[in-house]
Design a protein around this ligand. Structure first.
Ligand code: GLA
Length: 383
């Protein structure tokens, strides 16, 4: 679907700006971002494109090619939509946060989106639409923001407008993605760096086809557990302001003051944060066996300590890890369904992917979608 053509077909004018933003894979650092630790991710070669133009009235009109939906609200009524108009919420949230940051809008806008990012699959189509929207709206309202501010606006739209207490991983990777690079984020300082992906490796993505209906609720519950654990640990040692500051011995010392659940969540975050540091070393020296082991260990920790995996994802990770040419596999993203990723050598074949899909289908009675992805550029204006 050509975004400009789609835009014209819906609004009878040419777009004044077009922006594009990629989906992402979480490489390692599961649920570490909002605990202010270290995370790594990569931008995939699938994008959401957003085209916009100013209107002469005070309407906001949107059309989504992928979701086959249309909707409208007025400038005076920018609030969370439900039902058929709920597809508007991410762009509306971005617009609301831009206004909060000082953008003055006397006229409304038209917005159309088209996407190659699968929705609800765990590759963060939401961050992609947020970032593309932010770039496009900043252009037409002449409200220039730096990349980091665009990223923060996307996250704020999610936290404040949509009500999802996510960290900065998804928007950060979609914004700071670089070709053939892993984006490393220090979520405490919000510093970004790029590490080359190991030579000769490729990413494969398997969709478990499990879309947990309560994903937002489960995510928020994990978030609340982490915040509660950090608070308790902070009373024991005031230097601990977030779980990324904590050590296992501090968690052990506080064990009797923590619920069993909160203790387990804290142990995962503390160990996972340490694994990201180890991953950086393994990548720097090109030790692919160690990289693979860290991916597998990350998965085991999410499964056993953070308890955000599910049988379908565990199965995919086991099957993938057992395949020749695979260094390691793990769940990627929020969890409770979504995707498993594998870091494989270029020798990993379509026939092997089919074999994994066959085994999955034999067990669960449905076929997982899968794809190999290149690691692409981050978000930006394209016209
Ligand atoms: C989702 C959130 C991210 C991050 C991951 C888990 O993708 O949006 O902020 O917390 O889950 O690491």
């Amino acid at each position: 679907m050509d975004i400009k053509e789609f835009f014209r077909s819906r609004f009878n004018v040419d777009p004044a700006a077009v922006a594009q933003a990629p989906g992402r894979l979480e490489f390692i650092g599961n649920h570490v971002d909002y605990n202010k630790g270290l995370v790594m991710g990569v931008a995939i070669d699938k994008h959401i494109s957003v085209a916009v133009s100013l209107r002469d009235d005070d309407e906001i009109r949107m059309a989504s090619a992928g979701l086959n939906a249309e909707g409208a609200v007025s400038l005076g009524n920018v609030s969370l939509q439900s039902g058929a108009q709920s597809f508007m919420n991410y762009p509306l949230g971005v617009f609301a946060m831009l206004r909060e940051a000082g953008l003055k809008a006397e006229r409304g806008f038209n917005l159309a989106d088209a996407s190659t990012v699968p929705t609800g699959a765990g590759v963060s189509s939401s961050a992609a639409i947020e970032l593309a929207t932010a770039y496009a709206l900043c252009k037409i309202y002449d409200f220039p923001l730096s990349k980091i501010d665009i990223v923060r606006t996307g996250r704020k739209a999610e936290n404040v407008f949509v009500g999802m207490p996510c960290g900065i991983l998804d928007q950060g990777v979609s914004g700071f993605g670089e070709k053939d690079a892993i984006v490393r984020i220090d979520c405490k300082t919000e510093e970004f760096s790029a590490l080359p992906i190991p030579a000769g490796t490729v990413f494969w993505v398997f969709n478990s086809m499990v879309k947990h209906a309560l994903v937002a609720g489960d995510y928020a519950k994990r978030h609340a557990s982490c915040m509660a654990a950090a608070e308790t640990l902070g009373k024991y040692d005031p230097k601990i302001r977030c779980l990324a500051d904590a050590t296992l011995s501090a968690a052990e010392a506080c064990r009797s003051k923590l619920s069993e659940e909160d203790f387990k969540r804290a142990v995962h975050v503390i160990n996972e944060n340490a694994r990201v540091v180890e991953m950086e070393h393994a990548l720097a020296v090109g030790d692919l066996a160690a990289v693979g082991d860290l991916l597998k260990a990350s998965h085991a920790s999410s499964r056993d300590w953070f308890e955000n995996s599910c049988p379908e994802i565990d199965f995919l990770v086991e099957e993938l890890s057992a395949q020749p040419n695979v260094y390691g596999a793990r769940l990627s993203g929020g969890g409770f369904g979504g995707i498993a990723i594998a870091l494989a050598s270029e020798a990993f074949s379509e026939a092997q992917a089919e074999k994994v899909a066959d085994a999955f289908e034999a067990k669960f009675g449905k076929r997982p979608k899968y794809f190999q992805t290149k690691i692409g550029e981050g978000a930006g204006l394209v016209a």
